[in-house]
Ligand binder design. Structure first.
Ligand SMILES: [Zn+2]
Ligand SMILES: [Zn+2]
Length: 407
């Protein structure tokens, strides 16, 4: 009943399916656009979205799952996901039935460690910065055992919906610039300070680094010193060099220990998903960190900056069957280079998907999307292209997907 290898999908929200009717959405995505798979958010996070063709033109989203969390998976766990309105109707079961009837794939898009509701209720499981502040409620720390247990249970529950893949978003460290909504800073933080402020120094991360022989106390005080001098106004922001080569030695060593935390969590979650009969696809957000705002990433390739969230693509791809990257760039050449960089870094046998935006801020026309899709899926490139996102883009822009997939 399931698609063995999917080559194109469109991301969508349960709210999109509910508003328009699942059949109508599938007619467009599978019929008109030519995708073979629908990627639906099974667990999502807070947002306020302009939804151009929805019954609500602006949609407010909350943290939570679009299914009732199975009691046998969450009983006894400290962290349980909030539940979305309407979850009791199990909307994903219907989507599974309807996609299977058409021989199409269904991927369950799942946001793991980005959850403000859980972070505000349980601050001790969130990232703790170099000054000791628990000030990133949206970023659950991947080194915390309660967070790890939550991730495993969440992954198993999505896999149990019968999806062909669980697409894991935020199964890694968070960054300072996206730790809360409505952020304010009148301190001119440079890339170095911004990165350091996003580093987690919670007891679990510190212990993990110390076990690897790193002086975590020194790394933390050096980070606090570097950020502190800009906060104090005694020094300007450091914009001089490229990270992480530019980091002081002890901090660089501390940063390097984060990747094994993320890799081992990805491995545990991937095993749990496989145990439930599905596959884990790891979503790497680096392309968004570099190009989300304007589609004009500069500097190094995304694959060389995955350390920003503690991800080692080579190591992660050795423990997951699929890896998704965000091709958030205007330039087809940049997309080809980014995707080729990932392909070269990934372990053999791990499939690679590239996510493209058909409209603003980085695509102007059907021809442009076609060229970019070709660049992403060209020789040495990705096995599949995903389009982001059904509910967030006007219909005429979504229709560019048809041409892009025909070419
Ligand atoms: Zn967010
Ligand atoms: Zn931590």
């Amino acid at each position: 009943m399931t698609v063995k290898s999917s080559t194109a999908s469109t991301y969508a929200f349960v709210e999109d399916l509910r508003a328009e009717g699942t059949t109508a959405v599938l007619d467009r995505v599978l019929g008109d656009y030519g995708c073979d798979t629908l990627t639906v958010a099974a667990a999502y996070h807070r947002a306020r979205d302009v939804t151009p063709h929805g019954p609500a033109r602006v949609t407010l989203r909350r943290d939570g799952t679009h299914f009732v969390p199975p009691a046998d998976l969450f009983d006894g766990l400290r962290l349980a996901p909030p539940v979305q309105a309407g979850a009791e109707h199990e909307p994903l079961r219907e989507v599974r039935r309807l996609t299977a009837e058409r021989g199409a794939g269904l991927h369950g898009w799942t946001v793991f460690l980005h959850n403000t509701t859980l972070g505000l209720a349980h601050p001790d499981v969130t990232q703790r910065n170099c000054f000791g502040d628990r000030a990133a409620p949206a970023d659950l720390c991947p080194a915390h055992p309660d967070v790890q247990a939550y991730a495993v249970a969440l992954a198993r529950s999505v896999a149990r919906l019968g999806v062909d893949a669980v697409v894991a978003e935020s199964l890694h460290y968070g960054t300072f610039g996206h730790g809360y909504h409505h952020e304010r800073s009148f301190v001119p933080l440079g890339p170095l300070e911004d990165f350091l402020l996003g580093l987690c120094f919670c007891p679990r991360c510190v212990r993990h680094a110390e076990a690897a022989g790193v002086d975590a106390g020194r790394a933390r005080s050096e980070a606090a010193q570097l950020v502190g001098r800009v906060m104090d106004g005694t020094s300007g922001a450091d914009c001089s060099g490229r990270l992480p080569g530019h980091l002081p030695e002890t901090i660089a060593a501390y940063v390097a220990t984060r990747t094994s935390t993320v890799t081992s969590l990805a491995a545990t979650v991937a095993e749990a998903v496989a145990d439930e009969g599905s596959r884990l696809f790891f979503l790497d957000l680096t392309g968004a960190i570099k190009g989300y705002a304007d589609g004009r990433p500069t500097g190094g390739l995304a694959v060389d900056e995955t350390w920003r969230t503690g991800v080692d693509p080579g190591a992660v791809s050795a423990v997951v069957p699929g890896y998704s990257v965000l091709a958030y760039a205007r330039s087809p050449e940049r997309i080809a280079a980014d995707v080729a960089g990932y392909r070269a870094a990934l372990a053999d046998g791990c499939s690679l998907r590239a996510v493209l935006r058909p409209g603003i801020p980085d695509t102007d026309s059907a021809e442009h999307l076609t060229t970019k899709t070709k660049a992403a899926r060209g020789p040495g490139g990705a096995d599949a292209a995903d389009f982001y996102h059904y509910g967030l883009v006007p219909f005429p822009v979504l229709e560019r997907i048809t041409a892009a997939l025909k070419a």
